[in-house]
Write a protein of this length. Structure first.
Length: 219
């Protein structure tokens, strides 16, 4: 029996995906049915290399990954994903699990470690937790990208003023630092606050910290 080719149709917005990588067709098919029973979309892969050829869309997801695979094993796949900056939550599973292996899996970044045979409920709970974790990660990444886009819309002078204001300087001090009139600083500050959607200086400081801007240590 041969698996059908993995579907590559794009999921609807925010529709989660469970990726399964296991060389045992019986495991793959049983997991497909299990996830379908709770209305979870599953994509199945026979090897790590096959999964690496799939570019995951930016939707909440997790990877249910067999440790022992032909070619690249589960740990090697995890390393490849980390090197590529793909931070999908991983649930490792194996029929040969022991304590040292489970510790290694968790240190490698797994969110859970399941030993075959496993209870369906245990796996579903692990997958639900992993998808929720990924949903939070994607939301945070989206917020960071939106913040970076707003920052990129600032002029060079507005960015400089933002840095100085975030470091606690008053308008008069900023004006002296930059060789500008105080009214000019006030106008630029008003514009940058509006562009950044900052309601207060405290908001601006938090944004500067999120953007990795260098802030002076409080005295």
């Amino acid at each position: 029996m041969i698996d059908a080719a993995p579907k590559v149709s794009q999921p609807t917005r925010d529709e989660p995906i469970v990726y399964v990588v296991d060389d045992d067709i019986n495991i793959r098919e049983s997991l497909r049915l299990l996830f379908r029973s709770v209305s979870l979309r599953a994509e199945l892969f026979t090897s790590a290399n096959e999964f690496l050829r799939r570019k995951p869309p930016p939707v909440p997801s997790c990877l249910v990954l067999d440790v022992r695979l032909p070619g690249l094993d589960g740990f090697e796949l995890h390393n490849r994903l980390a090197e590529a900056g793909i931070h999908i939550p991983i649930i490792f599973m194996t029929a040969h699990g022991d304590i040292p292996m489970s510790v290694r899996a968790m240190k490698a970044g797994a969110v859970d470690f399941i030993t075959k045979p496993f209870r369906d409920q245990d796996l579903l709970e692990a997958v639900t937790a992993a998808i929720n974790r990924d949903r939070i990660r994607l939301a945070a990444e989206g917020a960071r990208l939106a913040l970076k886009k707003r920052f990129d819309s600032l002029t060079a002078r507005e960015r400089q003023i933002m840095a100085l204001v975030s470091n606690g300087l008053m308008n008069k001090q900023v004006a002296a630092e930059m060789g500008l009139k105080e009214i000019t600083v006030k106008i630029h500050r008003m514009h940058l606050m509006k562009k950044m959607h900052a309601k207060s200086v405290a908001d601006l400081v938090k944004m500067a910290q999120s953007l990795g801007m260098s802030l002076a240590e409080p005295s």
